[in-house]
Design a protein around this ligand. Structure first.
Ligand SMILES: [Cu+2]
Length: 175
């Protein structure tokens, strides 16, 4: 008599177990089919340069479905590509390299002038408005796996701000 209760509850659980197995299988399928769409990079663009200019920035809106980090980047037009952030330091806007840019799951993170950007340095050529620049972005998932995403960033004019938050670079609002 003692064994009938566990048996019954086991039976009762069977449909649930099937559902669990089915959803695990489906999740695995979804993961494997969208492996290359784990990170989306929207509206990538690079600021145009003048002839002797050796560096410029790349900007975009980056979304990681599962969450992760932007950890590296490279481009055939630049010797060195780094991930930078800009921040006020003693009333001076400075930029510095960061080891990685955190991407919360499902949330678009904006790389924009005056904020985070991908810095292309040691430019091998002038980058002109209307051209496209290939940039490979390297993302690291929470499982530590790395994924390369190649984007074709369109080159926009020097004055392009990519947003309406004017004054981030020079606008020192005093409070
Ligand atoms: Cu920079």
């Amino acid at each position: 008599m003692n064994t009938s209760r566990p048996l019954r509850s086991f039976r009762a659980f069977r449909p649930l177990q099937l559902v669990a197995v089915a959803s695990t299988v489906m999740a695995t399928l979804v993961l494997s089919t969208t492996a290359h769409a784990q990170v989306t990079v929207a509206d990538p663009w690079v600021r145009a340069t003048v002839p002797q200019q050796r560096a410029t920035g790349m900007f975009a809106q980056v979304t990681s479905a599962q969450g992760g980090k932007l950890v590296a980047a490279s481009s055939s037009v630049a010797d060195v590509v780094e991930i930078h952030e800009m921040a006020m330091d003693n009333n001076v806007m400075r930029m510095r390299q960061v080891a990685g840019l955190d991407l919360p799951a499902g949330k678009a993170v904006e790389l924009k002038p005056g904020g985070y950007h991908v810095m292309l340095m040691g430019l091998k050529q002038q980058v002109k408005e209307g051209e496209t620049v290939p940039v490979v972005l390297v993302f690291e998932g929470k499982d530590g796996k790395r994924e390369n995403v190649e984007v074709k960033a369109s080159v926009r004019a020097l004055a392009a701000q990519g947003g309406h938050q004017g004054g981030q670079q020079g606008g020192a609002h005093k409070h």
